[in-house]
Write a protein that binds this ligand. Structure first.
Ligand SMILES: Cc1cc2nc3c(=O)[nH]c(=O)nc-3n(C[C@H](O)[C@H](O)[C@H](O)COP(=O)(O)O)c2cc1C
Length: 155
């Protein structure tokens, strides 16, 4: 059984992390994109309204994976809308999987997002969690170490 990283990234930070984890641990990447791209303002409103936007079609065969890693930016201390769509459309197929999560943000609201994701998935805890401040825009050795340690837990 394999691990999939399901991620959304508007400005590249989560994508950077997803690709670094893929290099380290050899997971499959599933990139979520919205049919209508978000801008800063409508993104914040959509997150606060728990919107579930239409996604560009993606390939996800849940039967191939026993572990799903979600990668998302924090928006207004909320779950990023494309991840909401993914979870609500796949909730039955996700039942019984292991889950991990990484978040990128500017420094506020990460714990709230992790709690909201746990509620959406109906789980008590993630296998692994990581929260990073803008790792692509502001890379440093500490963040690189955190990403390697996170990927190490998946092997
Ligand atoms: C609509 C919107 C709302 C945001 N809200 C927050 C927030 O509540 N807390 C925070 O720390 N950063 C917030 N940010 C910053 C992003 O989480 C941060 O830039 C993140 O690294 C972006 O990841 P990405 O490059 O993968 O899209 C927000 C950004 C956007 C566009």
């Amino acid at each position: 059984m394999k691990t999939a990283i399901v991620y959304y990234s508007r400005t590249g930070n989560c994508e950077y992390v997803a690709k670094e984890i893929e290099k380290e641990a050899g997971c499959d990447l599933i990139k979520l994109e919205t049919v209508k791209p978000y801008r800063f303002l409508n993104g914040g409103r959509a997150a606060l309204a728990s919107e579930e936007p239409e996604l560009v079609p993606y390939k996800f065969d849940a039967g191939q994976y026993d572990h799903i890693i979600f990668g998302l930016p924090v928006w207004a201390s909320c779950v990023t809308p494309p991840l909401r769509t993914f979870i609500s459309r796949n909730i039955e197929a996700l039942h019984g999987k292991k889950f991990s999560v990484f978040l990128c943000y500017k420094g506020g609201g990460g714990d709230k997002v992790i709690a909201k994701l746990r509620d959406l998935l109906g789980i008590q805890k993630f296998e692994a969690e990581m929260i990073l401040i803008e790792p692509a825009k502001k890379p440093d050795i500490e963040k690189t170490k955190m990403i390697k340690a996170f990927a190490g837990k998946l092997r």
